[in-house]
Design a protein around this ligand. Sequence first.
Ligand code: 5GP
Length: 244
Amino acid sequence: MEQRQKIYEGKAKILYETDDPGLLIQYFKDDATAFDGKKKGIIRDKKMVNNKISERLFKELAAAGIRTHMVERMSDREMLVKRLKIIPIEIIARNVSAGSLSKRIGLAEGTPLPRPIVETYYKSDELGDPLLCDEHVFMLELATPEQLNAMRDTARKVNQVLTDFFAERQIRLVDFKIELGTEVGAKGDLNNGDILLGDEICPDTCRLWDMATDEKLDKDRFRRDLGKVEESYAEVARRVCGVV
Ligand code: 5GP
């Protein structure tokens, strides 16, 4: 698969075109940003670790019937993925109150939620990814009601599969963010509207707490200057993939 032009560079990854118009190479960067890019740093070997963890989780989800953009991991830093038209909504599923939910509604961090919740945020760095209600989604024509339902259903299913998967590895899945998109066909036009899971799922996009100690094993270690960032990512990789 030949790597061609760069078509996107984000905070955590770069996307390159390939000789197949329906496939892209997703390159994982070591850069770490938080708070909409206001805090920057480098997490050593992050790309390799996140790529391996994402691969393992996407495989687990595919086995449960959830369609993802992953074709295969090509190298330590690269994953071959299907080209998607990303829907500009970040879907967040939560099992335990933390982060922005705790701030917004005053629930102490660590409070288990009576049942999982799914939220929608506008994917816009400029606006700081604000929370959206359905009326906003439809007014802005970000997704149709059918697409929004499909996205929420996928998030619930992903939550179920990953909660069990992490629990077997003594990790509590507190919350996570996913991005979804519609598949772009080989001719470059939109396919039949099937919604696939895109982006990555890793300690950058999830809150992962050790089940016994509640120790944070995710990006909050970087965001909150808790130290042991690389060690925690490596620990997740060890439990999830059996590698360091
Ligand atoms: P919160 O809304 O509490 O800040 O985040 C909820 C969950 O979604 C956390 O697991 C967090 O890591 C993830 N998340 C939310 N927004 C982003 C984002 O813009 N980038 C990344 N990497 N993760 C996010």
